[in-house]
Design a protein around this ligand. Structure first.
Ligand code: GN1
Ligand code: MG
Length: 358
């Protein structure tokens, strides 16, 4: 396969294109990822092209990862933290023809899943993300830079929704009327968050900010969690970001792209496994206030993702890649269905949480 990959990029890392088999991999919507396999023998590597429309400050990513990697390697030398490999001239990124590239080690004997088929996978993934937060509990998050400004800021996401609404055509608004109502009717989720945000025991922590299942590597044989990947959005945030996105993406058997809304519901065993895995690492780290917000984390992130898809639909689909005109609207409906299922089962979900907090 002929790939759009210049030999200079590989040479910056001491590789020659002729010695490699190069394949594009991954399902992420944002960066382009390649697997480099040596034709004769040797280690495999991952090469990524960073999407600078989304990540406007690639240097912030490199700085954050360097300081976290230094901290972790000093205190927990056995912890596998996937940091970028340096170029021959000692840089964490290679800038070529207006594009940023970086290289990462490939972790052998691991798989990355696109969908969860067993609650145990949710347990392992939640444990891995919880572990990263636990190990970084004492790390000073204020030294990190936001790699995307306001990324999980629900207030900003709500404002972006409102300005998209103000600028949208009557046709788009008419198509999205029910979802626009849903967005307004759930605004209390933002108000609730704001009533907590300044409390001293609701601290900023180091968050991964993209805890979907494909961002955890599992051992090929045992399916135990090995490490987390896709570290571009590691930056300060509230714990609800990571746990909430796990709820958003692990609990339903179908993704945000499913259009049959009857299929969109929460699976209790996956909920319990997610909570159990996360709390196996974070139970003694979370503050009293944070523990009160465990279930809320799901509402917060699912609502935010619904707003983001709806905003993009009203803006004419400029952020998320879409296969058809109303895909972002369908994703919005999907996320609101998930949100309402979560809300309708609040009592039993809260009971599960209580069981695992004792
Ligand atoms: C984007 O590209 P991917 O799938 O890793 C987005 C996430 C959304 C997700 C929704 C930088 O992530 O925040 O939750 O799509 N990442 C960015 O599918 O915007
Ligand atoms: Mg990502």
């Amino acid at each position: 396969m002929e790939l759009n990959l210049d030999a200079e990029v590989l040479e910056a890392y001491g590789f020659s294109k002729e010695d490699l088999d190069i394949a594009q991999i991954g399902t992420g919507l944002i960066n382009r990822t390649y697997l480099l396999s040596p034709l004769i023998e040797g280690k495999k590597y991952i090469l990524q092209n960073i999407n600078t429309v989304v990540f406007k400050k690639p240097q912030a990513i490199a700085n954050n990862l360097r300081s976290i990697a230094d901290y972790l390697s000093g205190l927990y030398p056995h912890y596998l933290f996937i940091k970028p490999i340096q170029t021959l001239s000692g840089e964490e990124m290679f800038f070529f023809q207006n594009e940023y590239w970086r290289m990462l080690p490939y972790v052998p004997n691991t798989v990355s899943l696109d969908v969860l088929t067993e609650p145990q996978q949710a347990f392992e993934a939640a444990k891995q993300f919880g572990k990263l937060s636990r190990l970084l509990d004492r790390f000073d998050a204020s030294g990190l830079e936001p790699t995307i400004e306001g990324f999980h800021d629900l207030e900003l996401r709500f404002e972006q929704f409102q300005s998209a609404l103000n600028g949208a055509s009557n046709d788009l608004k008419a198509r999205a009327q029910n979802e626009i109502d849903d967005a307004q009717n759930h605004r209390y989720i933002l108000d609730y968050f704001q009533s907590y945000v300044l409390l001293p025991d609701f601290p900023d922590r180091v968050m991964h900010h993209d805890t979907k299942i494909s961002n955890v590597l599992l051992n090929t044989q045992t399916y135990e969690g090995v490490c987390v990947i896709d570290l571009d959005t590691i930056m300060p945030g509230k714990f609800i970001s990571d746990l909430g996105d796990m709820m958003r993406t692990y609990l339903c058997a179908f993704t945000e792209n499913e259009t049959d809304l009857n299929k969109i519901k929460i699976r209790l065993p996956y909920f319990e496994a997610t909570i159990e895995g996360y709390l196996s690492e974070m139970k003694h780290i979370l503050t009293t206030t944070e523990k009160e917000l465990i279930l809320f984390s799901g509402k917060y992130i699912i609502y935010m993702q619904a707003l983001r898809f709806l905003t993009d639909f009203l803006n004419g689909n400029i952020y998320y890649p879409t296969a058809y005109l109303t895909q972002n609207l369908d994703r919005t409906k999907n996320q609101f269905k998930l949100l309402s299922d979560l809300i309708s089962r609040e009592t039993e979900l809260q009971d599960i949480i209580e069981t695992h907090l004792v």
